[in-house]
Design a protein around this ligand. Sequence first.
Ligand code: B4P
Length: 187
Amino acid sequence: MNIVLLGAPGSGKGTQGEKIVANYGLCHISTGDVLRGEVAAGTPLGLEAKKIMDAGDLVSDEIVLGMVRDRLGKPDVHAGFMLDGFPRTLAQAEGLDELLDSLGKPLSGVLFFDVDYEEIMTRLLARKRADDNEETIRKRLGVYEAQTAPLIAHYRAQGKLRQVEGVGDLDEIFDRITAELDGLGKL
Ligand code: B4P
């Protein structure tokens, strides 16, 4: 199974993603985690990415697509993968479509986490990561609305979108997710 997690910042992609990979044995590919790893290691990419992430902007499509292309070329994705936080722009989604075509690894489905912005603001202010202050969160939500939300229609048109209500108890949300993922095999 090859899936994408789609949703606003703080919608729970990382949180539920850990439960999904543990349950389905998928390889977890989080572009946010890879970028934070580069920042922590102080690489040239990390130094560049830190400024962009702290401002609430998106790292360039070329950089992120290059990272995902490298990662999907590794042998451990053979059993299936879960992309968390990628794609985030239409250009990234189109690049991913081409990449997966060339690799012969089609997407099984895209899980869209539906969470309202008020709930997101409360969650992220409580998390206190470097990019979690009110001004940056508002910026990230604006970027999400303009650049990432159009992917909902992109994947709906492909018949791949599965919408999950992302508010409530973590285990209840996970039950909704497994119901969707278990249904994918029956398409
Ligand atoms: P990401 O690392 O992808 O982070 P995120 O969108 O903020 O969080 P996520 O949705 O995973 O939420 P989480 O489960 O942690 O991106 C960070 C930055 O990296 C971006 O702003 C961008 O600059 C850059 N970047 C990453 N990918 C990129 C790409 N493809 N292109 C360009 N730039 C890219 O949950 C958030 C909080 O909510 C947690 O504290 C959690 O405990 C809590 N929570 C989760 N579920 C809950 C629930 N049901 N109830 C209550 N709280 C809950």
